[in-house]
Design a protein around this ligand. Structure first.
Ligand code: FES
Ligand code: FES
Length: 177
């Protein structure tokens, strides 16, 4: 395994290892045990607290981030498994047109209630729209069913995903004409 990939054994100290990560387009380094979940590296080592802790067991989706554009539960992703994958968190959701469209739709439809689950919801939704630009209700329900919301904002989340999808489609059409 190369140094840039992840582990840097020469830099091990007291059981911890130095990991090089690409987070939101920037190189980051964390000295932690290899089984430390990415969630805690983001929150505790890098000070990026937008990604939330809910269940710690891949049941709620609060901790969802992207690895190379795909939604992943950071609470069960050991830092040693991240390798060269590009990590994107809620802090950089607005770096993509899809992320910006989702954020606008979320605001327009006033989706959030307490807000705690919403970073994970948005990251999961962004991953869905990247792979399925025009999702049906069934697509949305299937993809979003692992992201729990104690406040029950599911109806508004679904509407906001559809609004973002239609705005992105209109933008694409406008750009093509
Ligand atoms: S905190 Fe990761 S899925 Fe619940
Ligand atoms: S908005 Fe409160 S948990 Fe989802």
């Amino acid at each position: 395994m190369s140094e840039a990939n992840s582990a840097t054994p020469a830099a091990s100290q007291g059981g911890a290892t130095s990991y090089s990560l690409n987070v939101n387009g920037k190189p980051q380094r964390a000295r932690v045990d290899g089984d430390t979940p990415l969630l805690w590296v983001l929150r505790d080592e890098l000070g990026m607290t937008g990604t939330k802790y809910g269940c710690g067991g891949a049941f709620c989706g609060a901790c969802t981030v992207h690895l190379d554009g795909e939604a992943r539960r950071s609470c069960v992703t050991p830092v040693s498994m991240v390798g060269k994958a590009k990590v994107r968190t809620i802090e950089a959701l607005d770096a993509t047109p899809t992320g910006r469209a989702l954020q606008r739709a979320w605001l327009e439809l006033d989706v959030a209630q307490c807000g705690y689950c919403q970073p994970g919801q948005l990251m999961q939704a962004a991953s869905l729209l990247q792979s399925t630009p025009n999702p049906s209700d069934e697509d949305i329900d299937a993809t979003m069913s692992g992201n729990l919301c104690r406040c029950g904002t599911y109806g508004r989340i679904r509407a906001a995903i559809k609004l973002a999808a239609s705005q992105l489609a209109q933008g694409a059409k406008g750009a093509a004409t």
